[in-house]
Each structure stands twice: as C-alpha cells, then as structure tokens.
Design a protein around this ligand. Structure first.
Ligand code: ADP
Ligand code: MG
Ligand code: MG
Length: 251
C-alpha cells in the first residue's frame, strides 16, 4: 500500500458534493503535483484529508501509512504524520512565532503520547532548523505573521513543517501571491525537506512553481476527480494549453 492511499473519495460541503470519486496513490519519496481549473476541488481535497470540520465524507477511503485518516480527529491526523502547509496564514499579534511553533510541536508530541520538549531542547532544535532555512532570530521573536512579507509567511510555514517532520505534506497554492524571489526561497525550503521517507503533494493552479519544485508525477483534477496523470511534462503541456479542455480559459 502506498504511503498516502486515497480511493474513490466522495465528500460534500453543505450537501453539495465536491469530491466525486477521487483516487490517488503517493509513495514515500515522491512529489506529486495536482493541477486543475479553479473550483475543481483541490482545496477541498486538502481540507477533507486534514480533517477540517464541515466536510462530510460520504464514500471512499484515505489512509496514511496504513492508518485510516478519516476515522481520526484533525490533531490525530497531524500526529499520524499529515501536514497541511499554509493552514495558518492568519496573523496572531500576541503570540511570538517561537511560542506558536513550540505549541504546535508539543501538541503533536502529546497526541503521540510523547513528553513535551524541554525549553533548551526546543530552542536548540528550532534554532538549528531556522538557520538551515535562513530564518532570522528576529523573525522568531515577532508575532506570528505580523508584518511578515509574503515570503516570510511561507518560510515560517516551512519552518513549521521542518519541525513537525511530517510523512506526508500537502502544500495548497503555496505559490499564490509570491514574487519570484520568495518563490525561490519557498521552493528551496520545500526541496530541502524532500526525503525518501516523506511524500509531498503540491497543489497549484500554475506551472511556474513546478519549475522549482520538480514533481515526479502530475495529476489534473477536474470536477472532483483526477482525470489525467502523467510525468512532469504534463505540467508544461497544461501551461501551453491552459484549462480550455476543462471548460476554463488559460489564466
Ligand atoms: P479549487 O481549490 O480547485 O479552486 P475548491 O476546493 O476551493 O476548488 O472549491 C471546489 C468547489 O466547492 C467550488 O465549486 C466551490 O464553490 C465549492 N465550495 C467550496 N467551499 C464551499 C462552501 N463552504 N460551501 C459551498 N460550496 C463550497
Ligand atoms: Mg480556487
Ligand atoms: Mg484552492
């Protein structure tokens, strides 16, 4: 069984079916891109997998490393190794980034039945990972996302991912609103977290992110299903043709 195995997934919100029989297998070590026109259900897929409330799964299965994700609460899914990047784009003025990261990491450890990290251990780990990603100590002291540039917000999320060490990371529209320099920073961070034990699912409407995060497989999502799969060349083909074949003009 693949690390992330999704079979015939159907999901609704407010009685409207959005996912209509989606299947996807992602092995450890692989990076998959999901592309598709606006409204095809890409974000819905990431929300359903991460356990966001209000979504109702009506049919199908989703497992991570053999664990039934759909049976678990959102925090237990995170503890099982699922990470949805960029799920906290909000500003949290009163909370220093460092504190926020520590809370996230300790919540994961508690859910796994592990002890919380001591302050010195946490500081050592966060400083090491931050340095590796080129994140300044100053940024760690500031309120979460307060006054952060687009690139800094994304870097903060990558640091969160580096700390939580997920088995499967889903990045939904990581590239939206980033200038080319920020895009490179984010891509380098994501690439540095690629590993043979980890899989990544990169959701994007545009091809340009995939120049920097080169996927092993590309899938086209349309009307709640994967309708086409191929190698990285499929992204280039979509860039050229747009989504006209799927009822939407090129962006
Ligand atoms: P994508 O990320 O591919 O652009 P989404 O998953 O955001 O697509 O949306 C898929 C469809 O679900 C769209 O038709 C959208 O209007 C609908 N949708 C999303 N959220 C809600 C909601 N809270 N209530 C009703 N419909 C929704
Ligand atoms: Mg959209
Ligand atoms: Mg979306």
């Amino acid at each position: 069984m693949a690390l992330l195995e999704i079979n015939n997934l159907h999901a609704s919100i407010e009685d409207k079916e959005i996912l209509k029989g989606l299947s996807l297998s992602v092995n450890a070590g692989e990076v998959h891109a999901i592309m598709g026109p606006n409204g095809s259900g890409k974000s819905t897929l990431s929300y359903v997998l991460s356990g966001k409330p209000d979504y109702e799964v009506t049919e199908g299965t989703a497992t991570l490393d053999g664990v039934d994700l759909l049976e678990l609460e959102a925090d237990a899914r995170a503890a099982a190794g699922l990470f949805l990047a960029f799920q906290y784009p909000v500003e949290v003025p009163g909370v220093a980034t460092m504190t926020f990261l520590r809370t996230a990491l300790n919540a994961q450890r508690r859910a796994r039945g592990e002890d919380e990290l001591s302050t010195p251990d946490f500081l050592r780990i966060v400083k090491e990972k931050a340095a590796h990603l080129g994140i300044s100590q100053d940024m760690l002291r500031r309120g979460v996302n307060v006054g952060f540039s687009g690139g800094e917000k994304k870097r903060n999320e990558i640091l969160q991912m580096a700390l939580l060490e997920p088995k499967v990371a889903i990045l939904d529209e990581t590239d939206s609103g980033l200038d080319i320099d920020a895009l490179k920073i984010v891509s380098e961070g994501v690439n540095s977290l690629r590993s043979k034990d980890r899989a990544m699912v990169v959701i994007t409407h545009y091809q340009r992110l995939l120049d920097h995060i080169v996927p092993d497989f590309v899938h086209v999502m349309h009307k709640g299903r994967i309708v086409r799969s191929g190698g990285k060349e499929l992204a280039l083909e979509l860039e050229a043709s747009g989504y006209a074949a799927y009822g939407q003009d090129a962006a």
